[in-house]
Design a protein around this ligand. Structure first.
Ligand SMILES: Cc1cc2nc3c(=O)[nH]c(=O)nc-3n(C[C@H](O)[C@H](O)[C@H](O)COP(=O)(O)O)c2cc1C
Length: 156
């Protein structure tokens, strides 16, 4: 199974997890990178309002892949605006598998995984599973075994 890992990471936490999975499975890694940076308060407000930010060119066509793994941080309980734009630009998603990895600083609620799942399931993607790396997982390092278990999804 060939997987595309699409990763947005502002301060690096999510990219560490995405790269760890990339090392262990047959996958390409594409970086979601907004054209412009904004202040943190703008980031949170725009995420809350579910806005889209223009992103630099990256792999958005799933024609050559069986599975898409979206990796991103939680902002204001939601998906970052660059990720919203990425979801909008995706092509040839029908019949492909979908998985999600999110990182967050709290152990609190978030709707980002539901946002992504809902947006892509209506376009015909097939849900595989998700991994939420919470603040306490990051502090204890307990995310590493969870990541290894999660990577099994992509090893068919
Ligand atoms: C603008 C902004 C909003 C955030 N909102 C939340 C939030 O609602 N809940 C949460 O648990 N963490 C929140 N965080 C923390 C990040 O989700 C967390 O630190 C994440 O691991 C960062 O990933 P990254 O290093 O890949 O960017 C927020 C961080 C930023 C910069």
């Amino acid at each position: 199974m060939k997987t595309l890992i699409a990763c947005y990471s502002y301060s690096g936490n999510t990219m560490v997890a995405a790269q760890r999975i990339h090392e262990n499975i047959d996958a390409d890694l594409t970086r979601i990178d907004p054209v412009k940076d904004r202040w943190n308060v703008i980031k949170a407000v725009h995420a809350f309002l579910e806005k889209k930010w223009p992103i630099k060119e990256c792999i958005t066509d799933l024609a050559d892949y069986d599975c898409l793994l979206i990796c991103c941080p939680i902002w204001a309980g939601r998906t970052p605006p660059g990720v919203n734009q990425y979801l909008h630009e995706l092509e040839n998603v029908r019949g492909k598998k979908l998985a999600i990895l999110v990182t967050m600083s709290s152990d609190g609620n978030q709707i980002a995984t539901t946002q992504i799942k809902t947006a892509l399931e209506v376009q015909g993607m097939e849900w595989v599973g998700q991994l939420k790396i919470k603040g306490s997982d990051q502090e204890r390092g307990s995310w590493q075994p969870k990541l290894e278990e999660f990577a099994q999804y992509f090893m068919e």
